[in-house]
Design a protein around this ligand. Structure first.
Ligand code: FMN
Length: 229
């Protein structure tokens, strides 16, 4: 709404290519007080995630996952957080996908959460490992049957000739597992990103935002440092 107010009167005769530089919103928040921060960034993440959930944000567990090839070519995509605990942040995917190929060759990755309505961003970096198959089985069995079947039907990130081909594959697999539970495909499972750096960003007025960076130390404790916006 603010955006439309701020650019109304300028729109006529101009394209979005010309107008995009004028998209501008103030971020108003109470800021981060060091005294309120938890010692451990996973506990601090829980506080912010709880706020995102209780404010009923859409897909609060959606996060951007950045991976890179060993020679440094990055790629990004959104995945869903499906668990977090003292080990780190868990997501599920197809182990034959592009992201998995990149993670298997270079297991340093980053996650970014954006909770725009709260003017909050969390950036997480660390090492990714596959979670144990038994844990993946447990999560897979909790998924809706349609999602379980599509995990078998989709060779994620591989070219496919048509939508029709995918739908036929779904039908075949539905028939194959008719009346039976759908087991987890071997090439589908979870990863856990164990954080070594976590940054909490909170938007403030005049772009003088708050940033707090947690870094894991050799003795497994965390330091906290305020960064310039
Ligand atoms: C909101 C949202 C949630 C998604 N969640 C997942 C997910 O949990 N796991 C997954 O593999 N892909 C998920 N995707 C699809 C990925 O963004 C991506 O298209 C897919 O994983 C293939 O990526 P890759 O070719 O880089 O491996 C999601 C996409 C969106 C927009």
């Amino acid at each position: 709404m603010n955006f439309f107010k701020s650019i109304s009167g300028q729109i006529q005769g101009k394209s979005l290519r010309q107008l995009v530089a004028n998209f501008r919103n103030e971020y108003i928040s109470n800021g981060i007080a060091e005294s309120d921060l938890k010692e451990n960034p996973i506990d601090q993440f829980e506080v912010w995630f709880n706020e995102a959930v209780s404010n009923k944000l859409r897909e609060p567990n959606a996060m951007h996952l950045a991976t890179a090839t060993p020679d440094g070519k990055p790629s990004g995509r959104v995945v869903l957080l499906k668990g977090f605990d003292e080990r780190g942040f868990i997501f599920y995917t197809n182990y034959s996908s592009r992201k998995s190929h990149e993670l298997e060759a270079n297991n340093y990755a980053s996650l970014t959460f954006l909770w725009l309505e709260l003017y909050k961003q969390v950036r997480i970096e660390g090492i990714v490992h596959r979670i144990p198959p038994i844990e993946a089985n447990h999560y897979f069995s909790s998924r809706p049957r349609g999602s379980q079947i599509s995990a078998w039907a989709s060779m994620q990130s591989q070219p496919v000739n048509s939508r029709h081909e995918l739908e036929l594959r779904m039908e075949d697999i539905e028939k194959e597992f008719s009346g039976k539970p759908v087991p987890r495909p071997e090439n589908w499972g979870g990863y856990c990103l164990a954080p070594t750096k976590v940054e909490f960003w909170l938007g403030r007025s005049n772009r003088l935002h708050d940033r707090i960076l947690y870094e894991l130390q050799a003795d497994n404790t965390w330091t906290k440092q305020r960064l310039s916006p």
